[in-house]
Every structure is written in C-alpha cells, then in structure tokens.
Design a protein around this ligand. Structure first.
Ligand code: CA
Length: 223
C-alpha cells in the first residue's frame, strides 16, 4: 500500500516508516500539517496515519479539510493522550480510527490492515499503468505488453514508487527514503543497482525504454 505518515516527531516518524517499509508498503512522511494536507489532498494514498499535535495545522484540521475536499482515504489518527475528547474530536473530523501513543508497532499494523479491509467507500488504487506496463497491486502481477514480469519484493516496491509518480524526476534520496526507509543501511548506490535490475526486466528487448535517467538528478518513468 501507499501510506502517508504525518508526524512531526522525527524519531517516531522514522520508526513508523521503517516498520511499514519492512512490510513492503511505500511510505511518504510529512513533518507538519500543511505539507500533510497537500500530500493527502492529492488522493494518491491508500491510507493516512495522522498525528493530532502538529505544527502549522493540527491533525483535526487536516482531517476535516481532507473530508471537505472529498478525499476519502482512510485516516488513522494518533493521539498523544488517552483522552476521550481527542478521540471524539478526531472521529468527528472524519478519522476512521485512532491509536493512542505510545503504541506497539504490531497494533499499528493490525489497525491499518483492518482499515484497509473495512472502509466501504474506499476503493484502493489497484492498477497502475505507464504505457504498456501494467502493475496489479492486489495480485502483485506486472506485465509489459502481454509478457508477465517476475519481480522481487524490493523491485516491486521501487517500480510501484516510480509508477505512482509518472513523468516526475525522483532523486536517489527520495527513492531511498520511500522505498528503503530513512535509517536504511542500504549503500548509496542501491538505487542505481535496483534500477539496473528493473531495466533488465522491463525495458530490455523493447524499442521504447520506460525508465529514464536524468543526469545529476535521478530517475523517472515515462511513456
Ligand atoms: Ca506531534
């Protein structure tokens, strides 16, 4: 899944990102409410983990505005204190569930799984397409033209991140943050290595290469 984490406490944001990345989710982090709202409003996430106490705009306001804008992405609210008021305010603002800090990562996983399953209005983005390359995220199948492509979990996560941002140049740092996680001990050239693997599987033998290098900046996928 593509998950947005809006959390201003860097250590906790990293911890959540790491935990979700290990489960092969693609995670983006926003450190304040404004950035969180901008990203959430794009509607391209499957789930949002939203802290209440945030700089610039608090989580309640972010959630309320998302719903006013018609964004239906399920929201799991993080509350600092186990107070009824925070929970009620969160749910009133349109959150789907809440988790009280501190929480066990296992519980976070369980809540997110439950949210993804039960949200009736929510239709997850199941298929991504760039040119004749199609990714089905439910069956985890990737096809270029009529040819199925076998990918490892990491290759799949990297390709998913690229396909979610078609025609955009993504820097190596941004790719590492989102696909490997902040505190990854992956070597700096890990992105180049995996792009090489992906190209061999996806572009090799085709007249049109979809994965492109942008010198000095990073990579993009483009039809
Ligand atoms: Ca906070």
């Amino acid at each position: 899944m593509h998950i947005l984490v809006v959390e201003d406490e860097p250590r906790l944001a990293r911890l959540i990102q790491q935990a979700l990345t290990r489960e092969h989710h693609v995670v983006e982090v926003a450190n304040d409410g404004e950035q969180g709202l901008d990203l959430a409003a794009s509607g391209s996430f499957d789930l949002v983990v939203l802290d209440i106490m945030l700089p610039k705009k608090d989580g309640i306001e972010v959630c309320k505005t998302m719903r006013e804008l018609g964004v239906k992405t399920p929201v799991l609210m993080l509350t600092a204190k186990d107070t009824v008021t925070d929970k009620v305010r969160g749910l009133d603002a349109g959150a789907d569930d809440y988790l009280t800090k501190p929480f066990a990562l296992e519980e976070l996983h369980a809540r997110l799984r439950a949210l993804a399953r039960r949200s009736p209005e929510f239709e997850p983005v199941e298929t991504l397409q760039v040119g004749d390359l199609v990714m089905n995220r439910t069956s985890r199948e990737v096809m270029r033209g009529n040819k199925p492509i076998e990918l490892t979990a990491k290759e799949f996560a990297l390709l998913e991140f690229l396909m979610r941002h078609p025609n955009q140049v993504l820097s190596r740092d941004r790719i590492i943050e989102n696909v490997w996680g902040y505190e990854s001990d992956a070597p700096p050239n890990v992105v180049d290595i995996y792009i090489h693997f992906l190209r061999r599987k996806i572009d090799h033998g085709h007249s049109k290469a979809l994965i492109q290098s942008v010198r000095g900046l990073g990579y993009k996928i483009q039809e």
